[in-house]
Design a protein around this ligand. Structure first.
Ligand SMILES: [Zn+2]
Ligand SMILES: [Zn+2]
Ligand SMILES: [Zn+2]
Length: 250
């Protein structure tokens, strides 16, 4: 099993349009510092599952029929905007697993095209081959699922977008003894946002969930600036994600 972070930025992306902070200037000069919309790819043998669909070049990266499914965390544009042209494609339907959201985003649910939206229920596991996926509710301004992916003793939790997590989810994940948590960490310590974690929230969750490794994603440019000066102060087991980060689970 292989997990790749395809994007690790927030809705504004990195560089931020019109921003001349040190980090945005660096990102304009060197593509390595760019951050696309937060999303990931989970590969298991010859199967490929996308986690969120904010990238605008999904069709180029994953030509039909190489995508076996998409897990949507929620219907904010930075997580679904890449689906708007993909839906008018030809060929096999692509299962798109998602939470219940009566408004969804624009007319995506009304005109799904080749996208086969399948609503999941919280805590009800879905089995695809040897992979078990359990959706868990998060705390955000829209109905949002985090996902627990389990295969052959490997456990990965993907918790985006969220401000803290509900106590029941915390307990559920702690008992799983997770290998990796990928988590929304938008802002530097002390900067409050009621829809996203800051570093304080993430460090607290890292302790409380007890994962071996926590990888931060959905990173805003001001947090990137903070990381430039303070990255060394982080615990070794809490890592800022970057676009192209790969983790193997064997
Ligand atoms: Zn900036
Ligand atoms: Zn969101
Ligand atoms: Zn987002």
């Amino acid at each position: 099993m292989r997990l790749t972070l395809l994007g690790t930025g927030d809705a504004a992306g990195m560089p931020v349009y019109g921003c001349h902070c040190e980090r945005c200037v660096m990102a304009r000069e060197n593509p390595d510092y760019r951050r696309g919309p937060t999303s990931a790819l989970l590969e298991i043998d010859d199967k490929r599952y996308l986690i969120d669909a904010g990238l605008m070049d999904i069709a180029d990266r994953f030509p039909a029929p190489t995508l076996d499914g998409i897990f949507l965390t929620h219907f904010h544009p930075d997580h679904v905007q890449g689906l708007f042209h993909l839906r008018w494609g030809r060929g096999n339907k692509i299962p798109v697993y998602c939470p219940t959201d009566n408004t969804g985003f624009a007319d995506l649910l009304k005109h799904p095209g080749v996208l086969d939206f399948q609503v999941l229920r919280k805590y009800e596991p879905l089995n695809i081959g040897e992979l078990t996926i359990t959706p868990v509710p998060l705390i955000h301004s829209k109905p949002t699922f985090g996902y627990l992916f389990e295969k052959e003793g490997h456990q990965i939790a993907y918790l985006v977008d969220t401000k803290d997590i509900p106590p029941r989810v915390e307990e559920f994940l702690r008992e799983k003894q997770l290998e990796t948590v990928i988590i929304d960490t938008c802002s530097p310590p002390g900067v409050e946002n009621r829809n996203h974690n800051n570093l304080d929230d993430t460090l607290s969750l890292h302790q409380r969930i007890g994962a071996k490794k926590t990888i931060m994603t959905h990173i805003q440019h001001d947090f990137d600036l903070w990381l430039t000066d303070n990255c060394d102060s982080l615990p070794e087991t809490v890592i800022p994600g970057y676009d192209g980060y790969i983790a193997y689970y064997r």
